[in-house]
Design a protein around this ligand. Structure first.
Ligand code: CA2
Length: 151
């Protein structure tokens, strides 16, 4: 399976580290991208890292991932709770999908407790801060190439 992984970020995550640090911390999205790139080298993965405030761009990246990627790590941000269109796109992807949330959405407002994306995700990480991206990449790497166990 392809060792290319798309790391996709939804609306307002471009403000990470710049607003609401009490919820999302001080790490910027550029810092997250740099950490993902460092870890990807260790895991022998290639990554494409994107953020958009537009639903259609995220859908287009998922379609591109269908053609060439073995996995997707996605923080859909507010689209998590609203977007059947992103769920439909993810349902066309055959590789591993890990959903990441920086905050623990289950400790927050009730409208954040439901995720359309979780209906397709192979795993969900929430409340681990920006470390969740690294955890997600490690899990995708394991799903792309499961660790061999002795018989
Ligand atoms: O905890 C997460 O990662 C979320 O996906 C973040 C979304 C929120 O709508 C989800 O319920 C949970 C919000 C992303 C907004 O990011 C900001 C970052 C810094 C400052 C303002 C917004």
């Amino acid at each position: 399976m392809s060792r290319l992984v798309y790391v996709l970020n939804g609306p307002n995550l471009n403000l990470l580290g710049k607003r609401q640090p009490e919820i999302y911390g001080h790490v910027t999205l550029a810092d997250v991208e740099a950490e993902c790139r460092t870890l990807a080298r260790e895991l022998e993965l290639e990554i494409k890292f994107h953020q958009s405030n537009r639903e259609y761009e995220i859908i287009d990246w998922i379609h591109a991932a269908r053609e060439e990627a073995g996995g997707i790590v996605i923080n859909p941000a507010a689209f998590t709770h609203t977007s059947v269109a992103i769920l439909d796109a993810l349902n066309t992807f055959e590789g591993a999908i890990i959903e990441v949330h920086i905050s623990n959405v289950h400790k927050r407002e009730a409208f954040r407790h439901h995720s359309y994306v979780s209906l397709r995700a192979d795993g969900v990480i929430a409340g681990c801060g920006t470390q969740g991206y690294a955890l997600g990449l490690r899990r995708v790497a394991a799903l792309i190439e499961p660790v061999a166990v002795a018989a």
